[in-house]
Write a protein that binds this ligand. Structure first.
Ligand code: TPP
Length: 594
């Protein structure tokens, strides 16, 4: 039976069909739906772990116990998990272990555009790259088998277009003995303890394995040499293969699906059979560098940019520039976003509990804000313009400590969310305490990992799949880290939030303010609708500084300052009351129900 599945759904299906019994991960676009779909297969234990490294360690442990495991992450999550594949390449596996990472060429939802194929080379770990959903499902099976046969973790690297596009997939059944008991762990410290004295003995094997795997790559059904016109040969991997095929339907192609190590025999065969060889790949010259190192003449990054997606339109115009494609054939209208659409800045949702924090921080222009990754990243944008730094998850707490030890003259705070705190905020908080630091850490506890789709985290009493979980109290955790000044404040009380910030910043020693209030989408729903009394409104603009999408311009103008008065869109308002609390003339009030 065939079904149309997204790449992420297809990977989940592959995990089901090919006997995966443990699946771990940490959410992040464009990878999150993999685990959410895996969770629907009751034969597979799945969990959102607290971060990618913990998820990958857990998968490593389970694979040592003989289970087939996958661990999923977004592209920057690979950095967090990197310790784990660097050591599992040495220890090997028992059950198959597949690291699944979704890269983000074009940076649709990421702070950088790293090309994680480089990690395969760095770790010397085999890698597959699906071009569509069928590939994605099949490669889960192939990667697990390769992992077990070669005693090595395998990387399955997708990109956003594969993760989120839906194409037909042939479905199979799960052929796995789920009732078989887990045998005792096979003790083998010389292999599983990656201490220098033992690991160094395995080092030459790792090099040899990569050399031997070249033959496997050459024989892989995922590496396909397809002869066409001998004037032009193209090597492409992932979805770029389809884009390139569309531009050059008659060329000879090597479609690469197993991309580390590369199929050197097939590459040589193609290069010897064509007049000109092009490497069309998104981001880094990963294939090109290897092909050139093999002494083969080819062109790649001298024609195509090393950033962004290489969609059909980009390939056409780049090739037209160097005379490889007729300029007059370039098809207009293929742009993803037509140039004449005005840009719109994203804003916090109506009813967002983060609003009171950024409204207050934006009033205190002197306060430096070390920001973090979550919905609250919008605090960096208008109308708040409050956040000064943001680099990676959990970085806010360490960066604030850096401000402290550098003795910056202005007050400062770190701001991060509950999921981010659990992910990588706890250890830098311990670091502040241990090193006699004097920073204020603001934890925006919206009872959710909201930005990536409301996944669970240790502050919540449920797990992926719905089972009841032990709930960690963030305030007690901070106290256990040694922070004496920990306060909880209601996120929907603007004045109380301001007071808590002022007191925490003034406090001599580390302090934590937990701004507590549920994300609207996990809370109890709308609390009513508010309205603006146009006669009372003085058009001061204070409510616009809340950046609430429900607050709009009224047609009426205040003649004194010639500015539009405010109004509230009743469809968007959820009754959080924040605008009413901040209006200096009390012009905003709740619409009483009839
Ligand atoms: C290393 C890494 N993993 C995953 C992500 C994807 N990601 C961005 S924000 C976020 C979680 C945000 O949750 P939280 O801190 O609770 O803030 P909220 O969005 O709920 O306000 C995640 C998982 C990332 N950017 N970096």
């Amino acid at each position: 039976m065939k079904k149309i599945l997204s790449g992420n759904e297809a990977i989940a299906r592959g995990a089901y069909e090919y006997g995966v019994t443990i699946a771990t991960g940490y959410p992040g676009t464009p990878s999150s739906e993999i685990l959410e779909n895996v969770a629907q297969y009751k034969e597979i234990y799945s969990e959102w772990s607290i971060n990618e490294k913990v998820a990958a360690d857990a998968a490593a442990g389970a694979c040592y116990a003989g289970k087939r495991c996958i661990t999923t992450m977004k592209q920057v999550g690979m950095n967090v998990a990197s310790e784990v594949f660097m050591y599992t390449v040495y220890t090997g596996v028992k059950g198959g272990l597949v690291f699944i990472v979704a890269d983000d060429p074009g940076m649709f939802s990421s702070q950088n555009e790293q090309d994680n194929r480089n990690y395969a080379r760095l770790a010397k770990m085999p890698m597959f790259e699906p071009a569509d959903s069928q590939d994605a499902k099949d490669m889960v099976g192939a990667a697990l088998e390769l992992s077990e046969e070669w005693d090595v973790p395998v990387l399955l690297r997708t990109v956003m277009r594969v993760a989120h596009s839906a194409t037909p997939v042939e479905l199979g059944e799960r052929n796995w003995d789920d009732e078989a008991p887990t045998p005792p762990l096979l003790r083998n410290p010389q292999k599983l303890v990656a201490t220098a004295a033992w690991a160094v003995k395995r080092r030459p094997m790792i090099e040899q394995r990569v050399k031997d795997l070249v033959a496997v790559s050459d024989a892989s059904p995922f590496n396909k040499l397809m002869w066409g016109d001998r004037k032009l040969g193209i090597i492409a991997s992932g979805p770029v293969y389809f884009y390139a095929r569309e531009v050059f339907p008659n060329a000879s192609f090597l479609k690469i699906g197993m991309s580390y190590p590369l199929p050197e025999g097939l590459i040589r065969e193609l290069s010897e059979g064509v007049d000109e060889l092009l490497i069309i790949e998104e981001l880094d010259p990963f294939i090109e560098d290897r092909v050139k190192a093999m002494g083969i003449k080819c062109r790649g990054k001298e024609i195509f940019p090393p950033y962004g997606e290489l969609l059909t339109s980009v390939i056409e115009s780049c090739c037209a520039e160097v005379g490889l494609y007729p300029k007059e054939k370039i098809q207009s209208g293929r742009e993803v976003i037509p140039a004449n659409i005005p840009g719109r800045s994203p804003v916090l949702c109506a009813g967002c509990p983060h609003r009171s924090t950024f409204f207050n921080l934006s009033k205190h222009k002197k306060t430096v804000v070390a920001g973090d990754i979550g919905c609250y990243n919008l605090g960096a944008l208008a109308p708040f313009n409050a956040t000064d730094t943001m680099g990676a998850m959990g970085a806010s707490v360490g960066v604030a400590h850096g401000f402290d030890i550098a003795k910056i003259p202005d007050p400062f705070v770190a701001v991060l969310g509950d999921s981010t705190f659990f992910h990588s905020g706890v250890s830098p908080l311990l670091n502040i305490v241990h090193n006699n630091g004097n920073s204020t850490v603001v934890i925006l506890d919206n009872h959710s990992t909201a930005m990536t789709g409301h996944q669970d985290n240790p502050g919540l009493n449920y797990m992926l799949g719905g089972d009841v979980a032990r709930k960690i109290d963030i305030a007690n955790l901070c106290r256990a880290c040694g922070v004496e000044n920990v306060v909880n404040v209601d996120a929907f009380n603007v004045k109380a939030v301001e007071k808590a910030f002022d007191e925490a910043i003034a406090f001599d020693g580390p302090s934590v303010v937990i701004v507590d209030g549920p994300c609207f989408f996990v809370g109890e729903g709308a609390k009513g609708v508010y309205t603006v009394d146009t006669d009372t409104c003085i058009a001061c603009g204070t409510c616009f500084r809340l950046g609430c999408p429900a607050i709009i311009q009224a047609p009426e103008i205040n003649a004194k300052n010639n500015r539009h008065k405010s109004a509230i869109d009743p469809v968007l308002c959820v009754g959080c009351d924040i605008c009413a609390q901040t209006c200096p003339v009390n012009a905003i009030h709740k619409v009483e129900e009839a």
